[in-house]
Design a protein around this ligand. Structure first.
Ligand code: FE2
Length: 177
């Protein structure tokens, strides 16, 4: 499972902190297990249910958001040297985990993905943060997961959470039009 995840999501290799890398992979592995999904399911799982029949799956979306977030961070760090500080490992983990809660928010019935009962009660930012908390994921990363969508509106986001929020929405809005 770990090997397959690493080959599907090469961005796992960008971590400097190998402990955080392992914890982040473990969250994905366990979410697959507890959600009763296979790796193959992930390749068919739409990244959103709000764009009917989108062909963009959750892996492609997670990778795109992660790559956008890391590039945004590089530009900000280069342009605003000394004025902005970004923990790139936290940003990486937050990007990779921001939608992991969708493994609990969705279910598959007769081949079609739909909201699960759990998903109607707790959207993925909340279920994802709560699930990641079981694996000693630092609070700064739980914050990124919990605040990446509308759940984070109206509260103060960290710079890393601001980046993931925007990277996520640019990837959603670009496909929605
Ligand atoms: Fe997302």
């Amino acid at each position: 499972m770990r090997k397959k995840l690493l080959s599907l999501i090469p961005e796992f290799q960008l971590f400097k902190d190998s402990l955080l890398k392992n914890k982040t992979i473990r969250v994905w592995e366990q979410a697959l297990k507890e959600g009763c999904w296979t790796i193959e399911d992930l390749l068919e799982m739409p990244f959103t249910l709000l764009i009917p029949d989108t062909s963009v799956n959750i892996i492609q979306h997670t990778r795109a958001v992660t790559r956008c977030a890391m590039k945004i961070a590089d530009v900000l760090l280069e342009e605003y040297k000394g004025k902005v500080s970004i923990n790139k490992d936290f940003l990486l983990a937050g990007s990779l985990l921001h939608d992991v809660g969708k493994l609990f928010e969705y279910e598959r019935k007769s081949g079609r993905f739909q909201k699960s009962k759990a998903g109607k009660l707790l959207r993925h930012p909340i279920s994802g943060a709560a699930f990641a908390n079981k694996f000693e994921i630092p609070q700064e990363i739980l914050h990124i997961i919990a605040a990446h969508s509308k759940e984070g509106d109206g509260q103060r986001r960290t710079v890393e959470a601001i980046i993931v929020n925007h990277a996520d929405f640019v990837n959603f809005d670009a496909l929605k039009t």
